[in-house]
Design a protein around this ligand. Structure first.
Ligand code: FAD
Ligand code: DLZ
Ligand code: SF4
Length: 508
């Protein structure tokens, strides 16, 4: 009996669960470029191009390996426009009534498959280390679901950087060593770039024609679109950047978009790279003496710790998670997030590079664009929509917990024990943006005052009831309370003035 094997645009590996369960002799693989997936948010053109090019190449590899594969291109005349529509069409064509899928990474699509008038089995996505059951068992009975303890379990389970049952070097986490301010020069030229081949060029032309007006530059396009290239990009990172990854993990530079970051998240998220293979390569670099422990531990923690943990939270918390608004923030997303000119150098640089590269590294996402949205009280649903649209690696299972939980505190503290907020001082310490800025980071009030300085106190003041009792925030409130009353009044009035200008769409 023929079954349909569904492969989505972020499941592009021969190791995907549905394919491992399939029978080459009788099953039919279904892949489809569909409007419902390209339009549920207005993705950055580079993201659509990466997914389509990688999908087409994966389909070609499967065909070559002997699979009966039905592929729908976006412009095909019979394209029904949705994944479920394509399954129904292929079911009619082949006589299949059963579908084997690998669970999608977004509730939206999981629910659509559940409701499809077909017999759909959704297998767990075993590219991840922590099965749903493993995460639930870990979470059960815990008051707080903190990443650090989950991460230790993952270290034990994988054996990465373990010395018997103890962590390599005696510590589980070397984050304290990973906060160096920005270096004077960066020896890494950035992620490896690839020249588009004929398949990718054809996709680029399609994306240009259909999505060319969306926010973001399609060209130059230099992402890897097949596993061999992604592995070369990984080796390039391990060889040239990993040794300094730890030291400068939190740093930002006005003139350098990548510093020592890997730029491989999209490859892992869509199936071109296996996360365990990535961690094995990083550990080997440590064992061979090529990279220090603080760098390798920091890097592996991002993958078996943060990446697995946020996915666990997304599924643990359920489909309403992306709609949460724990701090009741209601402001619309400021136009500067779409490139409207701003005098705030940190924001203009982060947005500019997001437009050009569909990439910003973690601290830019968290402490620049995220921090500003949180301080300004932007509606988290709009912030979530922005992050899901603009980044090449954005799929809800990873984007939503990072945005709503870690960055916007909209989940009420499931992920973060306190909001990630800072004044301009932190950005000044960790970057050189302020040197190029029209505002004065040292000025706390007055027309030149860095807006982060004003908004920081405004945030704390307006959320006093919620955060005053948080032991990790007591110092902030004590500092605020020690300021003289006139000064506090001036800060709040100027912050209100700034927010008013932001609301009116004036240049800030
Ligand atoms: P590196 O800094 O080189 O880190 C190595 C790898 O670790 C990454 O490739 C990534 O797979 C993993 N990693 C690091 N931090 C995280 C994290 N917090 N959560 C999950 N994985 C992590 N990551 C996404 O993959 N997709 C997203 O949509 C996404 N949205 C984010 C939104 C916000 C508001 C924030 C603060 C972070 C978000 N992240 C997201 C996490 C992180 O910023 C990116 O994974 C990272 O910037 C990718 O670049 P890189 O490969 O150069 O990472
Ligand atoms: C992101 C994306 C886009 C833009 N287009 C497609 C597509 O046309 N076909 C497809 O199978 N997948 C696409 N994807 C990836 C899916 O949106 C992704 O599988 C879900 O969001 C679940 O993570
Ligand atoms: Fe950003 Fe303020 Fe520094 Fe300007 S002064 S770059 S707004 S932190």
């Amino acid at each position: 009996m023929t079954r349909l094997i569904l492969i989505l645009g972020d499941q592009l590996t021969e190791e995907i669960a549905a394919l491992k369960r399939a029978d080459k002799d009788s099953d039919v693989v279904v892949m489809a470029e569909v409007a419902e997936e390209t339009d549920y948010v207005q993705h950055h053109p580079k993201k659509i191009a990466l997914i389509f090019a990688a999908m087409r190449k994966f389909a070609a590899r499967l065909r070559e390996a002997g699979w009966d594969l039905r592929y729908t291109e976006l412009d095909d005349s019979g394209n029904s426009g949705s994944i479920v529509g394509e399954l129904l069409r292929r079911a009619e064509e082949t006589g299949a009534s059963e579908v084997i899928a690998t669970e999608p990474g977004e509730w939206r699509l999981i629910e659509a498959l559940n409701e499809a008038p077909l017999h759909v089995t959704q297998l767990e996505d075993d590219r991840f280390l922590a099965a749903h059951k493993t995460f639930e068992e870990w979470a059960k009975g815990r008051k707080a679901l903190r990443m650090e303890y989950f991460y230790r379990e993952m270290r034990r389970a994988t054996g990465f950087l373990m010395d018997g049952d103890q962590p390599e070097g005696g510590e589980w986490n070397y984050d304290a060593e990973n906060r160096k301010p920005p270096p004077d020069g960066v020896a890494f030229s950035g992620p490896m770039q690839f020249t588009p081949d004929a398949v990718t060029e054809e996709v680029l032309a399609l994306v240009e024609a259909r999505f060319g007006k969306s926010f973001g530059s399609l060209r130059p396009f230099s992402f890897a679109t097949e596993p061999g290239q992604a592995r070369r990009a990984l080796t390039h990172f391990i060889t040239h950047a990993l040794p300094s990854f730890g030291d400068y993990q939190d740093a930002m530079l006005d003139g350098n978009r990548f510093l020592y970051h890997a730029g491989i998240s999209a490859y892992m998220n869509i199936g071109l790279l296996n996360p365990m293979e990535v961690c094995r390569a990083a550990e080997a670099a440590y064992r061979e003496g090529h990279a220090p422990l603080n760098a390798v531990e920091g890097f592996i923690r991002q993958i078996i710790g943060w990446r697995e943990y946020v996915r666990g939270i997304y599924f643990h918390e359920g489909p309403d998670y992306p709609r949460r608004n724990g701090l009741n923030h209601q402001r619309g997303l400021p136009a500067l997030y779409w490139g409207a000119p701003t005098d705030m150098r940190c924001l203009s640089r982060a947005v500019e590079q997001t437009r050009d590269e569909s990439y910003a590294h973690h601290i830019q996402r968290l402490m620049v664009t995220g921090n500003f949205a949180l301080l300004a009280g932007v509606n988290p649903a709009e912030v979530h929509d922005w992050y899901l649209r603009v980044y090449i690696d954005a799929f809800e299972w990873v984007e939503a917990p990072n945005t709503l939980g870690m960055s916007q505190f909209a989940d009420g503290g499931v992920i973060a024990s306190k909001p990630y907020i800072s004044s301009g001082n932190y950005i000044n310490k960790m970057s050189d943006y302020c040197k190029h800025c029209a505002y004065d980071v040292k000025a706390k009030t007055g027309k030149d005052a860095c807006p982060f300085n004003l908004l920081y106190w405004h945030f704390l003041n307006r959320h006093r009831e919620r955060f005053e009792g948080n032991p990790r925030m007591g110092n902030m409130y004590r500092t605020w309370d020690r300021m003289d009353a006139d000064r506090r009044e001036t800060v709040l009035t100027e912050a209100e003035g700034f927010l008013g200008r932001l609301s009116k769409g004036e240049r800030v």
